[in-house]
Design a protein around this ligand. Structure first.
Ligand code: PEP
Length: 271
């Protein structure tokens, strides 16, 4: 009943590997809007109408919107027939039970969510989600047939002490240890330096490339096919420069996803 017209257009892993070897083509780009705890039925209706009318799909880019839980169904209905896909901002790691206020991955699948953000730094910091819990959520999302968008990123302190790769390695390794690396063929990674999220500061192209390349190098056989997004104050004015980098495959957006013109400009920069 809630099925959208969206179909996963990404080629299979083997095809991607062949493609990148043959033509050195970039991976399919992905732009994800994380609305966080913003919006109302009225505001969302206007925003969604503009986005659905302004994004007609692209052969090389996907667009996802992650509204707050209460608006998932309204968003799904507003996006019906459009090329924009539904996602969620978090999930509980358990399948069901006495977890008051929580939402399971199968509930998100019922509402036709395709992607779920996991391990966003606001949840790690404010809701005290541990690395292990993030790994369990990652697994729960995949078991429900959805695609996790696993966020990792260092604090300002880590960055200043030159420990950024160590932190990212720890955050990735706990998920690798929990699920194995082969399941990352159905996953997206997002590098979100904590000091750049919602602050107006963006990682320099060199800083972003260093980390994306490092993350890719941790994925073994999937290194060339996994999509790695950058997140941290991406706006229309800096998106094109970031997307041009070899190892950046799109963006996870906070603030910029709440403004239809800004959001659409970023989606178009990903094409
Ligand atoms: C985010 O919350 O994931 C994010 C990247 O936010 P912003 O774009 O506002 O920095």
């Amino acid at each position: 009943m809630f099925k959208s017209s969206w179909l996963p257009l990404a080629p299979a892993l083997g095809e991607v590997l062949l493609l990148s070897k043959a033509s050195n083509a970039k991976r399919r780009q992905l732009v994800v809007g994380n609305w966080k705890m913003n919006g109302s039925l009225n505001e969302n209706a206007g925003l969604l109408a503009k986005i659905a009318a302004g994004w007609h799909g692209a052969h090389n880019a996907d667009v996802v919107i992650c509204p707050p839980f209460p608006y998932l169904m309204h968003t799904q209905n507003a996006l019906l027939g459009s090329a924009v896909v539904l996602g969620a901002q978090t999930v509980n790691e358990h399948a069901k039970g006495a977890y008051t206020g929580e939402v399971s991955a199968s509930m998100l699948a019922d509402l036709d969510c395709k992607f779920v953000i996991i391990g966003h730094n606001e949840r790690r910091r404010m809701q005290h989600e541990s690395d292990l819990q993030v790994a369990q959520k990652f697994e729960a999302v995949q078991k429900a047939g959805l695609t996790p968008i696993l966020c990792v990123g260092e604090s300002l302190e880590d960055r200043e002490q030159g420990k950024h790769l160590e932190t990212i390695s720890r955050q990735l390794n706990i998920v690798f240890a929990h699920t194995g690396k082969d399941v990352f063929d159905n996953a997206v990674l997002a590098y979100e330096p904590v000091w750049a999220v919602g602050t107006g500061k963006t990682a320099t192209p060199e800083q972003a490339e260093e980390v994306h390349k490092f993350m890719r190098s941790q994925l073994g056989v999937l290194a060339d096919s996994i999509r790695i997004l950058y997140g941290g104050s991406v706006k229309a004015h800096n998106a094109r420069q970031l997307f041009a980098l070899a190892d950046i495959d799109g963006a996870l957006l906070g603030g910029a996803s709440l403004d239809a013109d800004e959001f659409l400009a970023i989606c178009k920069a990903a094409e």
